[in-house]
Design a protein around this ligand. Structure first.
Ligand code: GLV
Ligand code: GLV
Length: 330
């Protein structure tokens, strides 16, 4: 019998074709709607591999009955939707899609920063809605980006790529990270700052941290109050890193000038979300890595990770490094 793979979202035929030759592939055939939890648990019970999305919760309860499962390939760089310890304990490899999405996500981060600073969305809507009546001295006047200070919270690969773009705009670059990055400091002239110093000094506070126990609710009302009144907050990391009620309050009372958000505490958000009522908010539907090339590369990498583990090889982008000793590969 061929090993079984369950894919939790509709992916292009061309991507999964290589898997079909060697494996029994089942796919949840919806593009936008996530697979219902019950179906996911059922499929996981007989699957040797899961190809998952960041919207699928892979927790202890699911893993407990997933007795055949050997690999989870998550189509994202983040893996906060997966209980790593529970997977490691059972010898299940967890894989993500780093590197291939770095530049694309940095491009989106910078696009969102520029759009928020220069009020691009408001301006474009004005024209499309036939509300443009003439040139005016301060029509939709926004914030300058060039020569300002960017503060990057979470200096991983994407943070570095954002810093590179910021240096092209001749920005002063501050960053905060668990570990210092001397190479980045040398190459891009980025300066390490404490979290407090960064939020106080930056004109653009850019959040790119993964969601962990330490970063959950990192941006509180107190933090927003420490920012400049002209500061723009950008979040392309994970929604739960921000207290959204506090962000709303900070934006409404003028503690900060604007926010560009690609991620939210609970996704998707609907039109009734309080933050959408504010004109100084640019909201995007979690599209950081969404270029055709990059999303295709992410799918291909998931396929490679699954094929490697099911063929008894170490997967190219393994997350749980303690896996090898407990897993099928010795
Ligand atoms: C997207 O948010 C990802 O983690 O890839
Ligand atoms: C703007 O278009 C200007 O000419 O100042």
């Amino acid at each position: 019998m061929k090993p079984t793979i369950f894919i939790t979202r509709k992916l292009p035929e061309a991507v999964i074709q290589p898997l079909k030759e060697k494996y029994e592939v089942t796919m949840w055939n919806r593009d936008v709607q996530a697979v219902p939890r019950e179906r996911l648990i059922n499929e996981a019970q007989r699957a040797d591999a899961l190809l998952t999305m960041l919207s699928d919760r892979i927790d202890e309860t699911l893993l407990e009955t997933a007795r055949e499962l050997k690999v989870i390939a998550n189509m994202a760089v983040g893996f906060d939707n997966i209980d790593l310890a529970a997977a490691s304990k059972r010898g299940i490899a967890v894989c993500n899609t780093p590197e291939v999405l770095t530049d694309t996500t940095a491009d989106l981060t910078f696009a969102l920063l520029l759009a928020t600073a220069r009020r691009i969305v408001e301006a474009a809507e004005m024209v499309k809605q036939d509300k443009w009546r003439g040139w005016s001295p301060l029509l939709l006047a926004g914030q300058d980006v060039h020569h300002k200070t960017i503060g990057i919270v979470g200096m991983g690969k994407i943070g570095e790529a954002v810093a590179k773009r910021a240096s092209g705009f001749e920005m002063r670059i501050l960053y905060h990270n668990r570990t210092r990055k001397p190479e980045v400091e040398k190459q891009l002239g980025a300066c390490y700052a404490s979290f407090e110093e960064l939020v106080e000094k930056a004109d653009f506070v850019v959040c790119l941290t993964p969601l962990t126990a330490e970063t959950r609710n990192l941006f509180t009302l107190e933090v927003f109050q420490k920012m400049k009144k002209t500061a723009v907050f950008i979040n392309v990391g994970r929604g739960p890193v921000v207290d959204e009620q506090a962000l709303y309050e900070a934006l409404e009372t003028g503690e900060i000038a604007g926010a560009g958000l690609d991620v939210f505490a609970s996704e998707p958000i609907g039109a009734d979300h309080p933050l959408l009522k504010l004109t100084n908010v640019v909201a995007l539907p979690h599209i950081g890595s969404s270029s055709i090339d990059t999303r295709t590369a992410m799918m291909d990498l998931c396929v490679k990770n699954i094929d490697a583990v099911l063929s008894g090889r170490r997967p190219p982008t393994l997350v749980n490094q303690d896996w090898v000793t407990k897993g099928i590969v010795q």
